[in-house]
Design a protein around this ligand. Structure first.
Ligand SMILES: [Zn+2]
Length: 458
């Protein structure tokens, strides 16, 4: 529907800018300019933004007030000063959220948001328009690397907005359709019976790109491939977001949709952090956020290339600054430059969620990918979910691939689990399907006990 895209770009956005002072495209141009700067220039700009944020936080935000005299008298660079500040866990933030709101902020400026709470309680927090529009700008920049522009039609495969009633949901869909040129499909409704209907909807809508959770896109792709179907319309890309994208998922999605897969890395409570470029690497938006990677237990900084816990400092959220916010992901930074010519720094790997990291009997971390890798090499199982309730106690749900099932594969899988975790008890159950979590995401590996609960054996 090229007319809708044309109107969105040339009428709706200029109106939003004039009437509502929306500055997303202005920030997008800034981000576009900065992607050609040298690494030193980018670092310098980031340092200046961080300095301004720290100046604001220690003087205006109760949670950071105790640092004000140290900040005012010390001459150390902001990125070094930041390291003196304790990391901010989600639990601490949730319990003391009021202390993070800037004193005297106009409540009309606050935009409330919360995480889905698929594991544990939802986290509530505030943003303002400046922060939100910077996230939007980062997403549009990432999409522009793949030839996608504002107003291009898209199909979004998403968890239903459960909090909406029917009337609100209808309005939401209408707004998505006509103001954003976006067709919504629910991740909860992806089943064999409705596959044909969904594909017909997508084909008629002729999107430039698809956007959705990795697991939802993967389920759709698998159903299509099982029937020997592909999408049959040209797509600029398929954007996978909100979950780590496993290699087998990437392959299936690329085959079913015959398009490049674009990985978006972001979180509701972290903003749009990084985007995949056409060379296949993940570039972090250093203009918007300051990233650190630290050891999960000691919290000491790690060298580029080493995987650890990601800490995010959003450089534009001044209504509720969260410094060194522990998002819950395990990543590695990279010192390399990308061949694509974009200067934004690279994330080497995004290993997934901290909650996906298991702890072995001798205190080693084992990433959920490990178990996924074993299951992919066995023919018997369509999918699985492994939960570590306590370090020694796990449960394993398995969905059979009926035509290729051998009981010996269960023993192989259990042996693989015990090889990594030690002598653990695993309660095995065969189920017909494994439903996604409340937010519509699907998780293979879930750790429920704290990482510190095992004392390493000498
Ligand atoms: Zn690149």
């Amino acid at each position: 529907m090229p007319v809708t895209g044309f109107l969105i770009r040339n009428v709706q956005w200029p109106l939003m800018e004039r009437l509502k002072e929306n500055r997303t495209r202005h920030y997008l141009r800034d981000l576009q300019n900065a992607q050609g700067f040298s690494q030193e220039q980018l670092l310098d700009r980031q340092r200046q933004k961080l300095g301004r944020l720290l100046q604001h936080a220690v003087h205006k935000v109760p949670a950071y007030a105790s640092l004000s005299s140290e900040w005012d008298t010390s001459r150390i660079p902001p990125e070094r000063f930041l390291q003196r500040i304790p990391i901010l866990s989600k639990t601490h933030f949730r319990l003391h959220a009021d202390d993070y709101v800037t004193k005297g902020v106009n409540s009309a400026q606050l935009i409330g948001n919360r995480t889905g709470g698929s594991t544990g309680e939802p986290t509530r927090f505030y943003l303002d328009r400046i922060a939100v529009e910077h996230y939007e700008a980062a997403r549009w920049l990432g999409l522009s690397w793949h030839g996608i522009q504002i107003g291009d039609p898209s199909v979004m495969i998403w968890g239903s907005p459960l909090e909406l009633n029917q009337q609100q949901a209808k309005r939401y869909r209408w707004k998505e359709r006509w103001l954003k040129n976006r067709l919504l499909l629910s991740a909860y409704e992806l089943d064999e019976r409705r596959l044909q209907t969904h594909l017909t909807l997508i084909q008629r809508f002729r999107p430039a790109y698809l956007y959705g959770y990795a697991s939802a896109l993967h389920i759709l792709a698998e159903m299509m491939l099982n029937r020997g179907w592909t999408i049959g319309i040209p797509l600029k890309g398929v954007v996978s977001t909100a979950e780590s994208l496993h290699e087998h998922q990437r392959k299936a999605i690329a085959e079913a949709f015959q398009a490049p897969i674009i990985n978006e890395y972001g979180a509701r409570d972290g903003g749009i952090i990084a985007y995949q470029c056409p060379a296949g690497r993940m570039h972090a938006f250093s203009e918007n956020c300051f990233l650190e990677v630290v050891d999960p237990i000691t919290h000491l900084p790690l060298y580029p290339g080493e995987s650890g816990v990601l800490l995010v400092t959003d450089l534009h959220n001044t209504v509720m600054p969260r410094l060194r916010y522990q998002l819950g992901d395990v990543v590695a930074l990279s010192p390399e430059l990308c061949s694509c010519g974009i200067s934004y720094p690279l994330l080497n790997t995004i290993d997934g969620r901290e909650d996906d990291m298991f702890i072995s009997q001798n205190g080693q971390y084992v990433h959920g990918h490990y178990f996924n890798h074993i299951v992919r090499n066995l023919e018997s199982f369509r999918t699985f979910q492994l939960i570590q309730h306590e370090p020694q106690s796990l449960s394993l749900k398995l969905v059979k691939e009926p035509s290729r099932f051998h009981t010996a594969d269960e023993d192989r899988l259990l042996a693989g689990i015990r090889m990594a975790l030690g002598e653990v008890s695993v309660q095995v159950a065969y189920v017909d399907q494994i439903p996604p979590t409340g937010s519509g995401k699907f998780r293979y590996a879930i750790r429920e006990c704290p990482l510190k609960s095992v004392q390493p054996l000498e």
